[in-house]
Design a protein around this ligand. Structure first.
Ligand code: FEO
Length: 392
């Protein structure tokens, strides 16, 4: 690999990680990821924007071969997948000064033990001249850490946004080629790390709206040559109004809960509610996160294990609580053998969500005709509640 030109004097020097399948020991990466770093060769100064995950340090340094001087390293974010190579970069380029937000300075000292004198903290709106290139810093915090900032390169009109607008997607092309394919990867990424901070993300969209952006270069996944595509998607995802959709996170042991789920999904579909059944014992949890971005209702479906909630369903409920989606309603369906506290446990795992709880259906053994009717009634209630919100 060598520096790959993007536009004017801007080059990609990061690394693609084709084989990584899990992030934070939590997030599935079906399509790998990339750690994007960019080099800007100004007429007077050179800046490196972010580094890469330490596991790919060799790729970064191979790409920087021949670069004799780096004056600034812009550290948009202190998380190690972007900042982890800073100590090695500073060892190789001892004249370089690290530039980050005020919060980032403290975090880089704590996390990477950098010397305070090596870091310049910049305020929101501050600028840095590289000669014929002007970098303007925009604080865009809580994308998912509190210190994150973006950089707008005024002359090339590129926004370097770090995790913001990123996607875990490994590809050989530098730019987005297939927007439909990218959409799911970007939505998955938003759901997994940014959804809990929707209000902040909304503010960040406001913060950057006056930049005449012609390209968005994030720190994961391909570069957006058509910024309107990803900006429109984000405006939709951060909106407060959910869609006429229900997520059914369930698993089944002997088939009773699955029968309830099948009936509920069919009944919701008949009433025009888009239902997404997701078996948490088998599926890619990222798909559940994606569905939670839009859903107005979360249905938990669980058999009973030792009188309680199935542990895999508990994981899904706990995750939903952590991701804080905009859903308004919840219900629990499921089954038991002799006694159950499954429904109470499921609801107790989602205190962050402020959901209106709808009457659920819990059956002993296989569902009977009257329990089928109760499932129909639940579907009817969900459809009516969505309609009352103006979603249908
Ligand atoms: Fe890609 Fe929050 O680091």
């Amino acid at each position: 690999m060598h520096p790959r030109p993007i536009k004017d004097n801007v080059f990609a020097v990061g690394a693609v990680d084709w084989d990584r399948r899990l992030f934070d020991a939590l997030i599935p990466l079906p399509d790998g990821t990339s750690y994007n770093a960019y080099l800007i060769l100004g007429s007077q100064k050179t800046a490196l924007l972010d580094t890469v995950d330490p596991a790919k340090a060799d790729v970064l340094f191979e790409n920087l071969k021949g670069v004799e001087r780096i004056d600034y390293v812009i550290a948009h974010h202190a998380e190690q997948d972007h900042s982890g190579c800073l100590p090695a970069v500073l060892a190789r380029y001892p004249m370089a000064q690290v530039v980050g937000s005020t919060k980032a300075k403290g975090m880089l000292i704590d996390h990477l033990h950098l010397e305070a004198s090596k870091i310049t903290a910049v305020e929101d709106g501050a600028t840095l001249s590289l000669g014929d290139v002007t970098l303007e810093f925009a604080h865009t915090p809580w994308v998912h850490w509190p210190e994150t900032m973006s950089t707008f390169a005024r002359e090339s009109k590129i926004l370097f946004s770090c995790d913001f607008f990123g996607s875990h997607l490994a590809q050989s092309d530098l730019f987005v080629k297939d927007e439909e394919f990218l959409y799911e990867a970007a939505k998955r990424y938003f759901a997994e790390i940014m959804m809990p901070f929707r209000t902040n993300i909304k503010r960040n969209l406001e913060r950057i709206k006056d930049f005449p952006i012609e390209m968005i270069a994030p720190s994961h996944g391909p570069i957006h040559p058509r910024p309107a595509f990803i900006l429109d998607a984000y405006r939709d995802w951060v909106g407060d109004t959910p869609k006429n959709a229900a997520v059914v996170a369930f698993t089944t042991m002997h088939g009773s809960t699955e029968l309830l789920v099948e009936r509920l999904v069919a009944s919701l579909a008949e009433r025009g509610v888009k239902a997404f059944p997701f078996n948490v014992a088998e599926g890619d949890i990222g798909k559940l996160a994606i569905a939670l971005v839009d859903a107005a209702t979360i249905v938990i479906g669980s058999p009973t294990v030792h009188v309680g909630l199935h542990p895999k369903v508990a994981y899904a409920a706990f995750l939903a609580n952590a991701l804080r989606p905009k859903a308004k309603f919840a219900a629990v369906i499921g089954s038991y053998g002799w006694a159950t506290k499954m429904a109470e446990q499921a609801l107790a795992l989602m205190p962050n969500l402020k959901l209106e709880v709808l009457p659920g259906v819990v059956v002993k053994g296989m569902p009977r005709a009257e329990e089928d009717e109760a499932v129909e009634k639940l579907a009817e209630t969900i459809a009516r509640k969505h309609k009352e919100l103006g979603l249908a």
